[in-house]
Design a binder for this molecule. Sequence first.
Ligand code: R1P
Ligand code: URA
Length: 337
Amino acid sequence: MTVPLHLKGYDIQCNGQKYVPSSENFRKHSSSRATSNSVWSSSSVIYSRSSKPSFSNANFPTTPEGRTYHLGTKGGEVANRILSVGATQRAELLSKLLDPPPNGGQLFRYLSSRGFLTVTGEYQGTPISIVSTQMGMPNMDFVVRECRAVVEGPMAVVRLGTCGALQPPASLGQLIIAHSSINIRRNPDAWSDLSTASMLPAYMFTLPVQADPHIVRLLAEEASSTMGASNVISGLNATADSFYSSQGRVGGNFDDRNEGLIEEMCEKYPDMVSLEMETFHLLDMARCSGGRVRAAGMCLALADRKSNEMLEYARLEQLEVEAGLAALRALIKTDLD
Ligand code: R1P
Ligand code: URA
């Protein structure tokens, strides 16, 4: 049965049970005391530039109370199931799907001076954090390392982003789950003055890294239920170090030598379907975590790189909520033992 969901103006069609949005579900409590088993403190915190924290340990800087340098969170404020999204606006939107802690108070919110927003609450009784990762692999590096530093025990991270649809079967508006990812980077040495530079490739491709197959399976099941199976595909992702040059976007202002790059990618990797900027690094970090981080990534196809079309923004927001629900449901089912 399809049940309409209402979330602040969004009319979401979702197969299965009736969902009560957390914004209508907030319990009003006078106490803001956190119980010993809750993973976050129940007060809202905004980290402002006017407060001047002092950091020690140049190797991994933290404040005396244990706040990390860029995300600004400390132990007890981040859940071990994390939904990483690019835009802060997407984090705000999806935080409406979370419930506050059962002991009262509000969702935990922390906006760091570097612009990373962490929101912690519960989804169907399980603690979850939503973190806005912003853009690019260095920012994903901050998120994974600094969350890992303040979370106890095993951790699961799902990325929900947007991407370009590279080639069929990918198309505009689909949710594309990465079963694996490669990294494509512009090779600056190819532009050097050395006589050998012309022999160098302008773009370099890494070997693929695999997503966690258990989380991939859960994401596919949950997304098929919230979005319809025909709107969900999986395939090889490419994470680029630029939205422009290394994703084959051409323009006259720079010597990018990328005119044939899209064709090269399609020919070399017939199952490559999505192009974006973070997934590879998330999967690579998980691979290097000694089993302490399980990760997967999926993206909504916002740009069709063959037809040159872009998805309408209003449609994107509705898809973000449907895909966000799928991510939350997959995260709470992820086995972390
Ligand atoms: C580029 O516009 C950004 O959008 C994609 C890319 O990976 C990059 O971060 O993802 P998000 O929508 O999650 O930011
Ligand atoms: N994000 C990207 O990185 N590339 C696209 O084409 C669309 C969104």
